[in-house]
Design a protein. Structure first.
Lengths: 228, 228
DNA sequence: GTTAGTTTGCGTCAGATTAACGCAAACGAA
DNA sequence: TTCGTTTGCGTTAATCTGACGCAAACTAAC
């Protein structure tokens, strides 16, 4: 029997929706294409899977190349198979999304490739291929996931104030949440703990600092917020 | 430039976790393998993607071949990429799950291929490849999805009694749910409506018949049942 | 038909949860 | 020191939940 790869198989791409959060803005990492098709257009960063790679390897390779760092929070999203999605031929795309916190975002400013750019998620340009669809699904997944899984913390630094966490949720979900009720629910979940520390730059320790409680299993984090 | 398929690409398989429900039992469609590797072992039904096919096409082809019918409820689950998952070489598996209602299940009894069998989900044999993992993820997805999305109805006939729906949920979730509270919540969601009909075989119309309300958008179906 | 046991539909109620909002101490800028 | 803002904590009414009672509708046995 011939080896699998001797048969005609579609190309396998891995595409990434990388979200970054800083200064109350949610951004997405976009790549400005140099080559045809869609030369000059915007896409999500991606790469073709090499024979020996896992998806996770490919993600790391993309992130290293474009951001100069990997080891971010990473989650598989969906696999897109529209036969017409790439004009060059049949290509399947396995989409992942990644989350970048402000510190990493700042560091990456120095190591980022010249052909990528952080774009505010409210000012997204048209995207090539079916990348708009991928991006939309990623945002939707992030939004619904942060309601029942402590995933939002991945977008913040290790230590954060309640206000910062609150603003993150309001920003990503694009809705206003009562500050006091949000605090009560988040604290009741016990997924964040006060650190007792005082942040550099602050004169006092009034805005308390919290950190994500990594010892708890994330199974029953539940914010009970109704979208729609 | 060479066409994509001229490069070395992994094989792309589509594997299906097909759930059937009847007589208060949840079953999974298993295939008894004839060829190596794992000859004689059990697997989920699957097939390699043909160049012109969409995943959905491949699913239909598998279901036609093995069940003699397609057009079931179908949802993409996850794409598995462990390089060692197939001893024959690199193969990616895109997993879907499908739901079959009792009527279809009954019809399929006559059209089913001889090498497949419905297996009670509590009596699953060891599965070849990484199919145990796929099956477990499918069951988990079904369980969590039916709590916030009206997907359970796909496992029942068009018309059903409240008791049947209640038993379905208890069976699939493998937990007991208070009959009266379940009724209250389900009816409050307005996703099922009384049909006013009387079922054949029943002498009276006391156990009321209901049907899924397809006019409602399934976005805010919420049963608020706590797993774990 | 009558009777006895089961199923089904509906209601009650105490306790928990939620949304909306008040308030004062802590803070920072003038 | 003063004043407007931020932050932490509390209150309350309305709603939701889980646990369970009850009788009408039904079935099966006699």
């Amino acid at each position: 029997m011939k080896p699998f790869h001797a048969y005609k198989n579609p190309a396998l791409a891995v595409d990434l929706a990388v979200f970054g959060y800083s200064d109350n803005e949610l951004s997405v990492l976009l790549l400005n294409r140099r080559d045809e098709p869609f030369a000059g257009g915007w896409t999500l960063p991606g790469a073709f899977l090499q024979m020996e790679e896992t998806f996770s390897d490919t993600c790391s390779r993309i992130l290293q190349t474009k951001l100069g760092m990997d080891k971010l929070y990473l989650e598989q999203l969906y696999t897109f198979d529209d036969p017409g999605r790439d004009p060059r031929g049949r290509a399947i795309s396995v989409a992942y999304y990644a989350l970048v916190n402000p510190a990493t975002l700042q560091v990456s400013a120095g190591t980022m490739a010249h052909d990528v750019k952080w774009m505010n998620h409210k000012k997204m340009p048209p995207l090539a291929f079916d990348h708009r669809e991928i991006y939309k699904m990623a945002l939707q997944r992030l939004r619904s996931k942060m309601l029942y899984f402590p995933v939002g913390f991945e977008l913040l630094d290790d230590e954060f104030t309640m206000t910062e966490l609150h603003e993150l949720y309001e920003c990503v979900l694009d809705m206003s949440l009562d500050r006091r009720n949000f605090r009560r629910k988040i604290l009741a979940s016990e997924y964040i703990l006060p650190t007792g520390a005082k942040r550099e730059g602050l004169q006092n320790r009034h805005p308390e600092l919290y950190s994500f409680n990594k010892k708890l299993k994330p199974s029953n984090f539940q914010l009970n917020i109704n979208l729609s």
